[in-house]
Design a protein around this ligand. Structure first.
Ligand SMILES: Nc1ncnc2c1ncn2[C@@H]1O[C@H](COP(=O)(O)OP(=O)(O)OP(=O)(O)O)[C@@H](O)[C@H]1O
Ligand SMILES: [Mg+2]
Length: 240
């Protein structure tokens, strides 16, 4: 098994029959944290769902290569076992699965006890996953969920959207810590974070920013500079 490198090569992704991502080239090296920006409907969530293999999203051209293996046709659980994990923009509610069930299934009690307080997630053990969670609680659970799953390449879809200003700091720090902490075997993790607000940039050390427009990656460069450019000039690619 190769190292924790994710390579997207000329990747096209469709939702059912509709092609929504075209020709994306992107490499996420071990130990790096990338940020993805772009207007509503540009394809950011579709890209993450396509990488994970989450129906109805699937690769229809190009390659998704993870750990040196072409994973275009692997089922979602096989991709997760290789080390990919995703915090959803809008996770589904699971009425019959409690936080306690999830923690027990992953044998992740210690991690839960260590990570839950910093995400203000005490007192949720008996709650069903995402059922009746507030918007901010849902987002904090998604980050905590990834802490429990311990993936190597972490994909975050708008982890701070709808999160109040005090909790944004907790979410941002947790995201950075998750990505920056090597696994038990000493392997460097990596991450890709979608953000609209840019708040999270105050808490994470982003190595690279990418701009997606209309299903294409149109620019890659320093994340902060890209965010400032978008604030002033909208979702246009900065001049080279
Ligand atoms: N099942 C589907 N069939 C057809 N088109 C779809 C389907 N699912 C998503 N799309 C379209 O794909 C495009 C990209 O959607 P996506 O959710 O990836 O955007 P996004 O960049 O994450 O937007 P936002 O910032 O609002 O979250 C949108 O135009 C959306 O309507
Ligand atoms: Mg989205």
């Amino acid at each position: 098994m190769g190292d924790n490198r994710l390579e997207l090569r000329h990747l096209d992704i469709a939702a059912d029959d509709a092609v929504v991502i075209r020709g994306v080239d992107l490499t996420i090296e071990p130990g790096t944290l990338h940020v993805l920006l772009g207007p509503n409907g540009s394809g950011k969530s579709s890209l993450l769902a396509g990488i994970m293999g989450l129906p109805p999203f699937h690769a229809v051209g190009g390659d998704i290569v993870y750990r040196g293996e072409r994973i275009n046709d692997l089922p979602i659980d096989a991709r997760a076992r290789l080390g990919l994990g995703m915090a959803f923009q809008r996770p589904p509610a699971l009425d019959d699965v409690t936080v306690e069930d999830f923690v027990t299934a992953l044998d992740a009690q210690k991690t839960y006890d260590a990570a839950a307080p910093s995400l203000d997630f005490d007192g949720f053990r008996d709650r069903s996953l995402n059922a009746g969670f507030s918007g901010g609680e849902t987002k904090r659970w998604e980050v905590l969920k990834l802490a429990l799953q311990e993936p190597q390449c972490l994909l975050f879809d708008e982890p701070e959207s709808g999160v109040d200003l005090e909790h944004v700091a907790a979410v941002g720090k947790a995201v950075d810590q998750l990505v920056r902490t090597p696994s038990a075997s000493g392997e460097a993790r990596s991450g890709l974070v979608i953000t609209h607000t840019g708040f999270i940039l105050d808490y994470i050390k982003a190595d690279m920013g990418h701009l997606m427009v209309d299903g294409h990656l149109v620019y890659s460069g320093p994340a902060r500079d890209l965010f400032k450019h978008i604030q002033h000039d909208g979702y246009t690619a900065p001049a080279a």
